[in-house]
Ligand binder design. Structure first.
Ligand code: MG
Length: 253
């Protein structure tokens, strides 16, 4: 569960490369593009430009390099040629990348064209909730502190937190111990130690927290059809606090 410094350095390199994938998406006009086109673009970039491996492809039988979760899709949306992004949509791209045997995992919810203020508020609050969780990370803090910080922020803004999916340890494997829940009680759960590397990836819904999986076996949607947003970073516990290994260029400084 705890990584050596040289392993954390390799994970940081994977994280840096993955951040550059999101920088590419930031430059990409999304209106009118299908999520399958975006999947193909990201695959070319990871393989050809970054000389890395899209770690989700082939994992658990999944055939794509990213999840594209639009509007009421909570997570695990599958890229499709018929899923064309429209003005006013929100879409989460969740991407993993392996370099030198170590995997980084991150996601960002994008605003497609002109998005109405209520949806923008959900997206911003979800981003802020992720950072509430990140700021709770330091040696000696407990996993419950992270979940508590996230859920408190969501509730304060009238949103619910999905409970069925959680963050996870990460390293040579995409999903390692521990599970990182996005709700919890402060002062409970595993104590964090320097060298732990895991994801934090809250999903917030405008309506109720309940979700269901569609017939394709992958796509997870809100049961009440309400909008859902998500952000994810891979983080490492350092001697004095936290290092965000997938920090994007637009988040620096
Ligand atoms: Mg993840």
């Amino acid at each position: 569960m705890t990584k050596r410094p040289d392993e954390v350095a390799l994970l940081a390199e994977s994280g840096r490369l993955l951040a550059s994938v999101f920088a590419l998406l930031d430059r990409t006009p999304l209106v009118g593009r299908s999520t399958l086109e975006i999947d193909a673009m990201v695959e070319r970039f990871i393989v050809d430009d970054l000389q890395a491996r899209p770690a989700s492809k082939g994992q658990y039988g999944y055939r794509y390099v990213l999840n594209a979760s639009v509007n009421d899709v909570v997570c695990h949306g599958m890229p499709s040629s018929t899923a064309v992004l429209r003005d006013g949509d929100i879409v989460n791209f969740d991407i993993t990348l392996e370099k030198n045997g170590y995997i980084a995992d991150s996601s960002k919810t994008y605003l497609v064209g002109e998005v109405d203020p209520a949806a923008r508020r959900l997206v911003q609050t979800t981003y802020d909730a992720l950072w509430r969780g990140i700021r709770a990370v330091r040696p000696g803090a407990r996993l419950g502190d992270i979940g508590f910080a996230i859920e408190r922020h969501a509730r304060r803004h009238g949103y619910s937190v999905v409970r069925e999916y959680c963050g996870h340890g990460i390293g040579r494997e995409m999903h390692e111990e521990p599970n990182v829940l996005h709700f919890g009680r402060p002062g409970t759960g595993l104590a964090l130690r320097e060298g732990m590397v895991f994801t934090i990836e809250p999903m917030l819904n405008r309506g109720r927290r309940n979700v269901r999986t569609e017939a394709d076996g992958w796509t997870v949607v809100t049961e009440d059809g309400s909008l859902s947003a998500q952000f994810e970073h891979t983080v490492a516990v350092t001697a004095s606090g936290v290092s965000v290994l997938t920090l994007r260029p637009d988040e620096r400084g």
